[in-house]
Each structure stands twice: as C-alpha cells, then as structure tokens.
Design a protein around this ligand. Structure first.
Ligand SMILES: [Zn+2]
Length: 271
C-alpha cells in the first residue's frame, strides 16, 4: 500500500513539475520570477496586481505616478474590469458600418438637427463614436490633470513604502491602492475604462462659425457651458431627440458627456 502511495505521489509531483514548467514557458518572462526564489521588481509586482485585461495597458504607461494612478482604478474595478474594458481594434472595426453604429449615428444626427433648429447659427460637433485604447493611453500619458494627480500619488507611495528600490508586499500594496484617495480627481478615466472605448458615450461640443465654442474642456464648465446656458440647451435637445442618451455626467462634472444605452437593444431583446 505504502509503496503504491509513494509511487503515485512521485508521479504526481513529476506531472505537476512538468505542468508548471510548461506554464512558465508559455506565460513568458513576467510570470517566471514567481516560480523562482528571486525577489520581484516593483514593475513585476504592479503587473501582477493588474486584473485582466489591464496589464498590457499598464505596460504602456512609463511614468510611475501615472502607472500607480491607473492601477488604482484597475484594482478598484477588479473582476468587473473585463466587462467594461475598451474594445480592441478588431471590435472597433466590426462596429464600423454595423446596424448598431447606424442607430447611434442616426440618434446623434437627430440631436444635432434639433439643436440647430433651436439655436440658429450654432452646431453640435461629435468627434467619432469610439475612442481606441491607444488614443486613451496617449492622453493618459500627457494629460495635465492626470500628471498632477500622479505626482501626488507617487509622493504618497514613497511616504507609505519608502523611496525607490524597496518593493512593497503585493497584498499591502493592493490594499493601499484600493484605499488611496487623490485630493483632486483627474478629468480622464484610466485607459480602457471609459465608456467612450466601446461606443457607449458621446461628447457633444458646441460649434460657432466653424470652431469649437463650448468644448469637452474642464476649464469651460462654469465660464462657458453654465454661464451661457449651453448645458441646458444641449439637455433640451437630448430630451427632445435622443431617447437613448443618459446624462450629463455629474462626476466628474461634464455637461457635454452623455452615456448611450441604445433603446433598440431593449426593443430587440423583447421581440
Ligand atoms: Zn466624455
């Protein structure tokens, strides 16, 4: 009995070893160190904490503060991240010209037409229906408000875990990331997380004489959008002609941003 048990155990161990080696080879250089005894680098710890499918986006954020700020959003979203993650280039391509995109564009056009009639000389401008992940990453890496929040977070990270060189315990770091609150929110969602990444949100900007007059710009919220009443005028056109649009976004305060929940979807579902 004992002999058979030992042999089985040994065979099992050998099999497990083979599986682990295969997994390490297949997964590439990032996961290999977790099997070895060598301590992980900070980069590896951050990558390991990123819930799927965010690790690839995280790798394209070189600045440490901006990386921590994005990872904070990813960790807080956790498993729900995959459901709202931005479309791949292939998914964006499949959407282009589809009945779903035509329905969206028809509703955008109806809102535009209503606005034009109600506000002679003014036009609404909409910049595309989908914002690619690459576009979002480029903005995250250059946006000023992200930079300010990132610098604040990097300082807080150094205060909590010590300066460069020390690699924090992954569990402690995950806990810290979940609890950290920036004093000022950046005016962009972390790459991959905006509804613009899956044609589920539209920014309506106001044009005057062929130029953007009230733009998707945080600095114009009070001075232009509210002062001149564009928030109300846009809302009126949305209410009249855009039944699938919900908004505007309140947090952060963006009178130009409306989420899109296509009515045709619910109609099709009940048919
Ligand atoms: Zn928006």
């Amino acid at each position: 009995m004992a002999e058979i048990g030992q042999r089985t155990q040994r065979q099992w161990r050998l099999a497990l070893c083979t599986v682990m080696m295969a997994a390490a080879l297949a997964a590439g250089p990032f996961s290999a160190p977790s099997l070895a005894a060598a301590p992980a680098s900070l980069e590896e710890v951050l990558t390991a904490l990123a819930p799927p499918p965010s690790a690839e986006a995280l790798a394209q954020i070189p600045d440490k503060g901006r990386k921590l700020l994005a990872l904070r959003s990813y960790v807080r979203a956790g498993a729900a991240l995959a459901e709202r993650w931005s479309w791949t280039d292939a998914e964006i391509k499949a959407f282009e010209g589809s009945p779903a995109q035509k329905a969206l564009l028809a509703e955008v056009d109806a809102v535009k037409a209503h606005f034009r009639d109600a506000n002679p000389g003014r036009e609404l401008y909409v910049h595309g229906t989908t914002r690619s992940l690459d576009e979002q990453i480029a903005k995250w890496n250059s946006n000023e408000s992200v930079g300010a929040a990132a610098a604040e977070m990097q300082a807080a990270f150094a205060a909590a875990f010590g300066e460069a060189g020390a690699v924090p315990d992954p569990k402690k770091l995950a806990q810290w990331l979940r609890g950290y609150q920036p004093s000022k929110r950046p005016n962009l969602a972390a790459p991959g997380m905006t509804l613009h990444g899956r044609a589920s949100a539209i920014d309506f900007q106001v044009m005057l004489d062929g130029r953007i007059h009230a733009g998707a710009n945080g600095k114009q919220v009070e001075s232009v959008w509210r002062a001149e009443g564009w928030d109300q005028k846009l809302k009126a056109s949305i209410t009249a002609a855009g039944p699938s649009f919900v908004g505007p976004l309140a947090n952060p305060d963006e009178p130009w941003h409306y989420d899109y929940y296509p009515k045709s979807d619910s109609a099709a579902a009940t048919e």
